[in-house]
Design a protein around this ligand. Structure first.
Ligand code: PXP
Length: 244
């Protein structure tokens, strides 16, 4: 079964826009859980622009489904992850120099640093995922450094779709297809996410090696109109349809 992880960061974005205590991202996470989310994803950014430290504390305390903790490869974030030991950590680029031109994490040129960084996280029992572009060098480096999972960055594919650049979108989809098979062949579990919507999810959900999608911004936006549960149900329906 293809898992759906729901990213609740942008509930916190709305909260922080007014510096208020609401809307509460933990409440959104509990609603997502009740509506059948397989996991909750939250990104504690260095500038705390959406999720804050107290949100991570509360998510760890209140969730029954696994937390996927997205974080930059910094000492501060590593300490927080080791204190909480979430089910999963996903290492994402935060600074320009950590990012490849396609937007994923630069693993290939930073192999030693990333390997050293993820070793204690793995030893603490966290499932380590690296958020990478559909790029052979990054995926092969991810396998070498000892990550268990790669999350393939679908942002470029989604942007090209909405810009109407369909030939380039299809070429990117082909790269995602080839690289999900390649990652799987190297023994990596394959996830995907970033920018996915009702319009763009199906070709990604149809990739047979992909085990989990992490979706946030679109679902939280759609929840304003129909509620989070119904938005998730429609996303799940499209995922299942693509999979069948
Ligand atoms: N996966 C990763 C690694 C991400 O960093 C994000 C964005 O925080 C997502 C998935 C979800 O992207 P979106 O909010 O665009 O659905």
């Amino acid at each position: 079964m293809l898992r759906l992880g729901v990213n609740i960061d942008h509930v916190a974005t709305v909260r922080n826009a007014r510096g208020s205590a609401y809307p509460d991202p933990v409440r959104a996470a509990k609603i997502a859980e009740a509506a059948g989310a397989d996991g909750i994803t939250a990104h504690l950014r260095e500038d705390r622009r959406h999720i804050k430290d107290a949100d991570i504390d509360a998510l760890m305390e209140n969730l029954a489904v696994p937390l996927n903790f997205e974080m930059a490869a910094t000492e501060e974030m590593q300490k927080i992850a080791l204190r909480h030991r979430p089910h999963a950590v996903c290492i994402v680029p935060e600074k320009r120099e950590e990012r490849t031109t396609e937007g994923g994490l630069e693993v290939a040129r930073e192999e030693k640093r990333i390997a050293d960084f993820i070793t204690p996280l793995r030893e603490a029992g966290c499932r380590v995922s690296l958020f990478v572009a559909a790029d052979r060098a990054q995926i092969e480096a991810s396998a070498r450094v000892g990550a268990q999972v790669v999350e393939l960055h679908t942002g470029a594919y989604c942007d090209l779709h909405y810009e109407g650049r369909f030939d380039e979108r299809d070429a990117e989809l082909e790269r995602l297809r080839e690289m999900s098979a390649h990652a799987h062949a190297l023994g990596l579990e394959v996830h995907a996410g970033h920018g996915l919507t009702y319009e763009t999810v199906k070709p990604i959900a149809a990739l047979p090696e992909v085990k989990e999608l992490n979706i946030g911004h679109f679902l939280i936006g759609e929840a304003l109109f129909v509620g989070l549960g119904p938005a998730m149900n429609e996303m799940r329906r499209l995922m299942d349809e693509a999979r069948a």
